[in-house]
Design a protein around this ligand. Structure first.
Ligand code: ATP
Ligand code: MG
Length: 408
């Protein structure tokens, strides 16, 4: 089991001062899955003040201190160290009102969401598996720690986390845990939207997102009620398409929400507190997709001008992923090829790359700003539609003609 040197140093320093310290949670699960953990969390019986003392010489980040978490930066690696704790009362299905520290590793493990996330590990002491997490990992089963009903009432987000882990790991949700999710999914409406967003995004990017979202449509609808208006066929089409798209957030969001109106999609994403740039990306992809329903070279160039290459490629990939009809598929494939050809040709699609500019037109005696603008736009359109070659001499001639004709 590979554990980074920085993590070993932290365990050693705490142990040397007489404290217990264990790797815990997601990183232990990932180590048992032979996956490289994204981050390493450490649980200890040292209280926050003691942690700060042990790591006084290191750079510390104290943003989580109210929950007993101190982040130590060691050789550029941030590692979260959290004092063993039991969560206090969950008064509103959101967050524990207070946390209480405990001296027992086992109690800290029991507050965690799923058995696979409740294991602790120490390089010399081995695995501490209080809830049968290892067996569940072998069975590929996501099982709540303790009574699922009670655990979901404490924190409704755990239901969405179960779906997220199923979507990422391809595990199935254990029967009792699953029926409890179905029974309690309305608790998802009361959660902080940022928390829902974080889990939903990870879910969407999962390799197994399609099967999870097909199975748990009603759960998703408590996160995104706008999906309720869709007919099953429309819903299935969008969700089936997910598995044929690259795991990029903007792309997957656009694919998942493609059956809604663009305005609605924007409202959904705003409601889930997505960033402006993601909202802009998703809505652009969906608008571009509408534009691409009919394509010829000029339309594609105009779309390229308006949305840029990446958005168009995403829009086309959603269209390809969503179509089941062979001839439709061939048509979209042709657009994909045409777009690739256009991009290879590096076409002139902006005034900037036109071989003539405002100054040149002034030299031709066109003095009015408005007329200069109109002529340049007309020249650009004719270049884009390949009626005109983007060379100075050709553009001059045409500009003169436009000037004479009073601007075409
Ligand atoms: P990832 O690899 O995606 O980070 P993770 O399991 O590490 O997955 P985190 O959100 O980083 O997920 O949480 C770290 C650990 O904290 C979890 O493994 C779990 O033990 C515990 N945990 C997180 N959220 C909850 C929750 N809502 N209820 C109970 N325990 C939780
Ligand atoms: Mg984690």
């Amino acid at each position: 089991m590979y554990i980074p040197k920085q993590v070993l140093i932290i365990l050693k320093l705490l142990n040397q001062q007489g404290y217990e310290a264990y790797l815990i949670g997601g990183c232990v699960r990932d180590l048992y899955l032979n996956k490289l953990p994204e981050d390493y969390d450490i649980a200890t019986n040292a209280l926050p003040d003691a942690i700060m003392q042990v790591f006084a010489k290191f750079k510390l980040v104290l943003t989580g201190i109210n929950h007993g978490t101190i982040t130590v930066i060691i050789e550029q690696m941030p590692i979260e160290i959290t004092t063993y704790r039991v969560d206090g009362e969950y008064l509103d299905n959101r967050r524990p009102e207070q946390v209480t520290f405990t001296l027992e590793l086992e109690r800290d493990a029991l507050r965690r969401d799923f058995t696979m996330n409740a294991m602790a590990y120490h390089p010399t002491e081995g695995l501490f598996d209080f809830c049968g997490g290892q067996e569940d990992i072998i069975k590929k089963s996501i099982r709540a720690v303790g009574n699922p009903e009670q655990r979901f009432r404490e924190d409704g987000l755990r239901m969405l986390r179960a779906l997220r882990f199923a979507a990422v790991l391809g595990f199935s949700i254990e029967d009792k845990t699953k029926s409890s999710i179905i029974l309690n999914c309305e608790l998802l409406t009361g959660l902080a939207k940022e928390r829902v967003q974080a889990e939903f995004s990870k879910l969407l990017l999962g390799l197994y997102a399609t099967s999870v979202l097909l199975e748990f449509r009603q759960v998703l609808e408590f996160c995104i009620p706008e999906l309720r208006q869709l007919k099953q066929m429309q819903y299935e089409k969008s969700i089936q398409a997910l598995k044929n798209t690259a795991p990029k957030l903007g792309l997957r969001l656009a694919c998942c929400l493609q059956a809604l109106e663009v305005g609605e999609v924007k409202a959904v994403l705003q409601g889930l507190k997505y960033s402006k740039s993601i909202i802009n990306e998703v809505t652009s992809i969906l608008l571009a997709k509408e534009l691409l329903i009919q394509t010829d070279k000029l339309r594609l160039k105009k779309a390229l001008q308006c949305y840029g290459q990446e958005v168009l490629e995403h829009a086309l990939s959603i269209m390809l992923a969503s179509t089941l009809e062979a001839c439709e598929n061939i048509r979209i494939q042709k657009s994909v090829e045409l777009l690739a050809e256009i991009i290879r040709e590096k076409p002139c699609i902006s005034l900037k790359s036109l071989a003539i500019d405002g100054q040149d037109l002034q030299d031709l005696g066109i003095t009015q700003g408005k007329q200069i603008g109109e002529i340049l736009q007309q020249l650009l359109l004719e270049v884009m539609s390949e009626q005109l070659v983007n060379e100075k001499s050709h553009l001059y001639l045409r500009a003169e003609k436009l000037k004479k004709d009073g601007n075409a």
